[in-house]
Design a protein around this ligand. Structure first.
Ligand SMILES: [Fe+2]
Length: 339
């Protein structure tokens, strides 16, 4: 059986034909596969046809010098190792070439043993760099996979919490999901994107989660709540954040905390008002109230859509942010309900 060893491809770039030829012969005898180019342009042409593992690049060439050509070469072929060749060692030029990605340099006239040793070292370094890059790509892939798994675990945890809340209170079944839909459409109408939209989605799904900790007799009371009972109900804005704190970021916590705040600051124990209430909480307040008005509750039947919409409009500027109300009225869900 004949074993064919993979030969490394070397491109010799030198304006002196005799130098190129001599070097080509010597390196071919040492087992390398060589190509030649007499200028920067010829080198680019040659690399286009046959990529090289390593380029020996003469610094002093008429037209584009090797040091000027190096950045273009490395930009097009970042994985190709480059050994600079020079008759005169100019430290500044050598430093510049190394900064621009050259692996090594060699002086002319060539000592072939020294050159081959430099070539082997540069090829070895290149191999290590390529291996390292391949490994870090695998690692990045694994990190991405783990992030997706974590995201899935988070979504499952949120779903479980919402289901636990809805199992406890049959009157709010589906409320969190409906509020999420309305809030998202309102946010989109207001131009929210990316992370802000994601944060609002989780806050909306989890906004009432604190009701898990409220006495079910108060929560499901078939009559109007006393002020004391309403105070107790409102503690869900404090209990909720403490439940979901390990799962979500601070922005989501703030939205949950403030979702019962009135825009004009008139809410019970309210510390902020107007634009100081997180925008997500202002959006949630409108979506939450509208869904509550249009759903049956233990103490009353649902309101007609038109009456609920009129109430939202009436409360723009007091309970609700007028800009939010304006966007809410433009949402597809409101338009479909009105139709
Ligand atoms: Fe609430």
């Amino acid at each position: 059986m004949v074993i064919t060893l993979q030969k490394e491809n070397i491109l010799i770039v030198d304006d002196e034909k005799t130098v190129r030829r001599g070097l080509n012969r010597c390196l071919t005898l040492r087992g390398f596969s060589c190509a030649e180019a007499g200028s920067a342009d010829e080198a680019m042409e040659s690399l286009k046809n046959k990529p090289a593992d390593l380029v020996i690049l003469d610094i002093m060439m008429p037209g584009t010098s090797g040091s000027d050509f190096l950045p273009r070469l490395k930009k097009s072929y970042p994985d190709t190792a480059v050994v600079m060749a020079t008759a005169v060692v100019e430290p500044d030029t050598i430093v510049k070439c190394m900064k621009n990605g050259a692996h090594d340099y060699i002086t002319k006239p060539y000592d072939i043993d020294e050159l081959v040793s430099n070539i082997n070292m540069a090829l070895e370094k290149r191999k290590l760099e390529l291996n390292l890059r391949a490994k870090s790509q695998v690692l990045e892939g694994k990190i991405e996979e783990q992030a997706k798994e974590l995201q899935k675990l988070f979504i499952d945890a949120v779903e479980s919490l919402v289901s636990a809340l809805e199992a406890k209170d049959k009157y709010t079944a589906g409320h969190s999901r409906r509020v999420t839909k309305i809030a998202m459409e309102t946010a989109i109408a207001m131009g929210l994107k990316g992370e802000d939209l994601d944060n609002l989605r989780w806050a909306a799904l989890l906004h009432d989660i604190g009701k898990i900790g409220i006495d079910p007799n108060i929560q499901n009371k078939p009559g109007v709540l006393t002020p004391e009972e309403y105070d107790i109900i409102l503690t869900h804005c404090v209990i909720g954040p403490s439940i979901v704190q390990p799962l979500v970021n601070d922005k989501i916590i703030e939205v949950i905390k403030h979702h019962h705040d009135s825009y004009d600051g008139s809410g019970l124990n309210q510390k902020v008002s107007g634009e100081n209430i997180p925008l997500g909480a202002r959006i949630l307040a409108t979506a939450d109230s509208f869904d509550a008005m249009t759903s049956d509750r233990p103490y009353r039947s649902s309101m007609p859509i038109s009456a609920a919409l009129a109430e939202v409009v009436r409360c723009a500027g007091t309970q609700f942010d007028p800009a939010v109300v304006k966007a809410f009225l433009k949402t597809p869900i409101v338009n479909s309900l009105k139709a």
